[in-house]
Design a protein. Sequence first.
Length: 202
Amino acid sequence: MGIVKFPNFDYTHFKFYKTEGLAMAEINILAEEILNQGKKSVCRELPPFIRAINALEFKLSGNNSNYTNGNVFYYSPEDICNKYKANKNNITRLLLHSLLHCSLLHIYNTDFKKTKLWDLACDICVEKIINDAKLPCSETEKSATQDNIIKNLSEKIKNFTAENIYYYLTAQYQTTDNIELYSDLFMVDNHKPWYENALFSI
C-alpha cells in the first residue's frame, strides 16, 4: 500500500505500512484527527453548534458510509480520509449537514414517507442553509450548482422547509431521473438508519 498524503498534516506519525492491519490503524488515527479539525471548524465558525457537536459520540460505522442517529455520529475512516483528500471543507460540511438534520428533526419525521424523496428534500433543505451561511470552511465545488437548483426551487416553494420541499417533489416528479441527479448533488450522509424505527415508509 502506497503512502497517502493529505494537505495540512504533520506526517511524522502517519506513516502507512504495507501490513494491512497497521495501515488500517493509521487510517483510523488520521480520520480521528481530520474529524477533530472539522469539529474545531464548526465550533469556531458556528458557536451555537458547540454544545450539539460536543454531545455527539463518534464511532466507527463498520461500512463505507457516515451517518447519525441523533446521539452517535458513525463514520468510515476511509471515506473521511478520501473526502478530506478531495477537499478539506468536505468534512466541516459533512458535520454541519448531519447536525442540521438533527436540529431540524429530519431524522425523526420519517413515518409514511417516500424515502428517496424525503431524503432528497431534507438534503436540499440543509444544503441551502449551509450555502446561505457562506462560510469559507464549508464551501465546496458543488455549492454553485446547488445554488442554481435551489434558486429555481425557491421560486416555486414559498416556505423552504423539508416538508414543503418533499410535498413539491412528490407532486412534480413522477420519474426518477431528476431525483437521482439531485440526490447525487445534494447527498452528503447516509439516511438509512433514520427509517429503522419508522412506522411505515416506502
